[in-house]
Design a binder for this molecule. Sequence first.
Ligand code: KG4
Ligand code: ZN
Length: 341
Amino acid sequence: MKKVILGIETSCDETGAAVVLYDNGKVKLLSNALSSSASIQAKYGGVIPEKAAREQLKSIIPVIKEALSQSQIKTDELSAIAVTYGPGLIGSLLVGVETAKTLSFVWDKPLIPINHLLAHFYANWIGDGITIPQFPSLGLLVSGGHTDIVLFKNQHQYNYLGGTRDDASGECFDKCARLLNLDYPGGPNLSKLATNGDPSRFAFPRPMINSNNFEFSFSGLKTAVANLVLSQKPDKLFKDSVFKADLAASIEEAICDILVEKTVKAVKRFKIDQIMIAGGVAANLRLRKKLKENPFLTHAKLFIPPISLCTDNAVTTATAAIFNDNPINPLKLEANPELTL
Ligand code: KG4
Ligand code: ZN
């Protein structure tokens, strides 16, 4: 069956709209429009929810128009509108949800609500000539707000194995980056700095790495980094570029070690041979390399999204809707900032 879906995503500081076509069992990306308030947020070192929502109010209609015009799809050709309804920042979610509800009503198109966490995994379904994940499959979600391990039985049924007790892995990247005086968003900046660093110079703790469960904890690692930074002379961070690169590499190594170890534990426990990773931190090159090269994972098929689709975008929202085609009465949809997997 052929479907054309317009996706709308506004869970955090991005405003995304995208059109995807599903034909002959394949997902084709027709357009991907994205506007980010990251440069505005950078001044404050993190996302200010009120500012994010105000920027999204300004950009949502131009972004949707851009997605439609790039795709060369007319509104009457759309099969449905998909929208992220949670989790995320409430002000931001409301912009996307209320816009989608209005468009669904005015254009008389079905409205499909999408859980943003689930949507991240659908980045693994997009691309020319790719093999798509089969089931059962292990899912590792590593984003700014979440770090979760899930065992998918099929597209619609999954067991939640565990998640973080405190900070998410992306949050740990961002908070450590801030301690190193790096600009927001910290993850990619810390990772860039780490490229030439020595990952073994600082032996940071890897909390819960050996715990007999699938839970994570990153706040102790962040505290250890804060203590080390505070124990140094203030200008060390500004002048000693080797120190800074080694510090970044050691932080990145510790975060990645924890993520890889828990993945290995789940693969062994559930005898799984398909692994999907997803979320902003899935763009991290060290994590990708460590997963690919881990001797306990070589038998498994590893699905890693294209870097451009790891962070928030509406392509994954639209793609998730192809496979989770459960429309809702537009008048009944409410944003849910606390939605979980
Ligand atoms: O999935 P995402 O765009 O937003 C959420 O749903 O949270 O993830 C954003 C997170 C941020 O914490 C960002 O620093 C992190 O992903 N991130 C990275 C990299 N690119 C993005 N972390 C480490 N290395 C990267 N290359
Ligand atoms: Zn996200």
